[in-house]
Design a protein around this ligand. Structure first.
Ligand code: ATP
Ligand code: MG
Length: 678
């Protein structure tokens, strides 16, 4: 196969591994071609006669899955000599664990006592429901401080994803909540009841229910039988439940290929554990074949050396050392600037200068630990007219107008979806809390519900809409058009910036066409949402040039020619919330490693000396003096081209090896001196 000619011998061995030879694990460092190898394997399998309908491809995002199909398509075209305008292979079964789980579950729902029209709750709705249940049980009123809804949800989620009991999770991860074990157990039981009653599942339930299907013999044999090959990318980030599902799908490991990098594990906070990738080979008899890849094709040797050096300081040793035979490039830059604003200026200047040399904006990216870190930069980019798209902010799905429209669609599919019903009904002027309670108690026959007099006309319009949406005669996406027509006057009544929001809704309609039906659309959007909303950057046209802004988590698996990393300072990287435990600090170190290894030719780490924080209770101030991240101690400086435009203090770095107390005192002194706070 000509496409395989590009691959090195180890990559080729993995791509053409015979299915009958048992499961395969490719474990290798960043940029070593794991994803390329997986795409090549897909192409090779199809060329050998595998049916793309019977290939399950589990990737980290819908975007990654589409990219994989595109790459495999290109390889197949090359191999089979197809004209380049023929479509890539259609892979109906590719997506994230959650989205594939949701689809399988709809097919099998009736066998496990679930309505196939169940609703998938997004994170915000799930949290609201947890809060509501907590309130209904009066847990907040016991006189002792009961954990807030987000904490309760995090505990619940950890129990589900790590398959640990509540006492175990409390002891290991939430010792300060241990005294509330009894209350939490009551809360979780009621929370589960509420979801079942509303035929609504949250993200964690999708995996749990999939696992349950795999333990229901009749369902399990259907699910095992429907796929010949299961390919998994980024397997280092699976949690216990996902690992168990995989194992149940391929009990003997037949046709199973997984690729990943233990040094890039960054989802422990969601229950992921690198142990699953390390234990992977031994879960099968005979054990999985393991292929290691050692050549990095992505980055210049300078970028690779600096990244390797950061990782080498990790507490646990990662044995892989990557090498690159790319031509020498520039050293990565370590840029110290005065503050956040100077950082934004510096990044914008550099990005534009690079563009002048011919590097498209699209080949450049700015990465950051937390979505809010890019706020100043976003303003600067808008000011200079630099188009950008931001990933990882979830702004689109949080926008209230998008949530309104999705609620109506969810309610149409599942009359028992209480959260959706409430949100939809609240849009009708004149329906207040009392009317809402009556409505929820009323039952599914909407037309017979007596709305309060001032609401009657608008209520009738909503009833007519629901009737149309639930009629078997509706066609997707015409029904979305009906919803938007109905919603328009409400949008104008509720929002001053209705015009901007209308553009988002048009974008929603545009996306709708790409999905087979209403349910698939709403579920996919909930699980893997688009992340840019037109009020900030405008949806980029397909071939328009734009800069990528992304959280590091959302940047995994990707690469750009030039990469900027913002706020490489203690408090941001590692994040201050993580400074407690060694394991959390190590995960933050791996995050920096992931960020640095996204760069092909140019890498700049920015360290503003002062930045704005919204929460710093201990110090009571709002500006903080920052020190270079402890992940880049002085010993690593030779790997960088160190630049400083901040005057004094350019050589400061985080508290390791300097004792933490000194830092805190410096910080307080600096704050008192400069701002007179406290
Ligand atoms: P990550 O760990 O970041 O997900 P990865 O191991 O999946 O990285 P890929 O994204 O598959 O790596 O590949 C990184 C880059 O190296 C891509 O641009 C890819 O095209 C290129 N590459 C991989 N293998 C080869 C090869 N044998 N010859 C030339 N280029 C290659
Ligand atoms: Mg990859």
């Amino acid at each position: 196969m000509q496409a395989l000619a590009e691959l090195n011998p180890q990559q080729r061995q993995a791509a053409t591994h015979e299915g009958s030879a048992g499961p395969l694990l490719v474990i290798a460092g960043a940029g070593s071609g794991k994803t390329l190898t997986l795409a090549s394997r897909l192409a090779w399998l199809v060329q050998q006669g595998a049916d793309p309908q019977r290939v399950l491809l589990l990737t980290f995002s819908r975007r990654a899955a589409a990219e994989m199909a595109r790459r495999a398509g290109r390889l197949l075209h090359q191999t089979l000599g197809l004209p380049s305008n023929t479509a890539p292979p259609v892979l109906p079964w590719c997506g994230t664990f959650h989205s594939v789980g949701a689809r399988l579950l709809r097919e099998e729902a009736t066998h496990v006592g679930l309505n196939p029209n169940f609703t998938v709750l997004d994170r915000a709705d799930t949290q609201d429901l947890m809060g509501l249940t907590r309130q209904q049980l009066g847990l907040g009123e016991s006189g002792r401080r009961f954990p807030m809804a987000p904490t309760c949800l995090a505990i619940y989620s950890r129990c589900v994803n790590t398959r640990q009991t509540l006492p175990e999770v409390l002891a290991h991860s939430y010792p300060w909540c241990e005294t509330h074990e009894h209350g939490l157990a009551r809360l979780f039981a009621a929370f589960v009841e509420a979801k079942l009653q509303q035929q609504s599942l949250d993200f964690d339930d999708l995996l749990l229910a999939w696992w349950h299907l795999m333990n229901t013999p009749a369902c399990a044999s259907r699910l095992v039988g429907r796929f010949d090959h299961v390919l998994v990318d980024e397997v280092q980030d699976i949690n216990r439940l996902q690992a168990d599902i995989l194992h149940a799908l391929r009990p003997q490991g037949q046709g199973l290929t997984a690729v990943g990098d233990d040094a890039q594990s960054i989802y422990a906070f969601r229950g992921a554990d690198v142990q699953h990738i390390l234990a992977f080979p031994q879960r099968f008899t005979p054990p999985a074949t393991v292929v290691a890849l050692e050549q990095n094709y992505r980055s210049t040797p300078q970028i690779l050396q600096a990244s390797n050096a950061v990782l080498a300081l990790a507490a646990e040793g990662f044995s892989k050392r990557l090498w690159s035979d790319r031509a020498a490039g520039l050293q990565p830059q370590l840029q110290t600037v005065v503050d956040d604003a100077a950082q934004a200026h510096g990044v914008a200047d550099t990005v534009l200068a690079q563009r002048e040399t011919g590097l498209l904006l699209r080949r450049q990216a700015v990465l950051f630990r937390t979505s809010s870190h890019s706020a100043t930069l976003e303003l600067e980019l808008v000011r200079r007219g630099v188009p950008f798209v931001k990933f990882g902010g979830l702004k689109f799905m949080k926008a209230s107008h998008i949530k309104d429209v999705l609620a109506v669609l969810r309610w149409a599919d599942n009359p028992q979806a209480e959260m959706a019903a409430q949100r939809s009904a609240r849009l009708v002027p004149g329906i207040g809390p009392a009317a809402l309670r009556k409505l929820l108690a009323h039952g599914p026959d909407l037309a017979s519900y007596q709305a309060p007099a001032p609401a009657r006309e608008s209520w009738a319009a909503l009833c007519t809409l629901m009737q149309q949406l639930r009629s078997p005669a509706t066609r997707w996406p015409d029904d979305l058009k009906q919803v938007l027509q109905w919603y328009q006057p409400h949008l104008e009544r509720l929002h001053d910036d209705a015009r901007v929001r209308s553009a988002d809704l048009q974008q929603l309609l545009h996306m709708a066409g790409a999905h087979r039906n209403r349910q698939r659309f709403v579920t996919e959007l909930t699980l893997d949402p688009p992340q840019a909303s037109s009020d900030e950057a405008g949806p980029p046209m397909r071939d328009e040039d734009y800069l990528v802004l992304s959280t590091i988590h959302s940047a995994k698996g990707q690469e750009w020619n030039a990469v900027h990393i913002l706020n490489v300072v203690d408090g941001c990287m590692p994040a201050d919330m993580a400074t407690g435990r060694a394991a959390e600090i190590e995960e933050e170190r791996r995050l920096l490693y992931v960020a640095m290894t996204r760069a092909r030719d140019a890498l700049t780490l920015w360290t503003p000396q002062r930045f704005y924080v919204t929460q710093q209770r201990a110090l009571g101030g709002q500006h903080l003096y920052a020190l270079r991240s402890r992940f880049i101690p002085d010993t690593l400086l030779p790997h960088f081209d160190v630049q400083c435009s901040a005057g004094e203090g350019c050589d400061k770095h985080g508290p390791d090896p300097a004792p933490a107390a000194t830092t805190l005192m410096d910080l307080q002194a600096a704050m008192r001196g400069t701002f007179g706070t406290r």
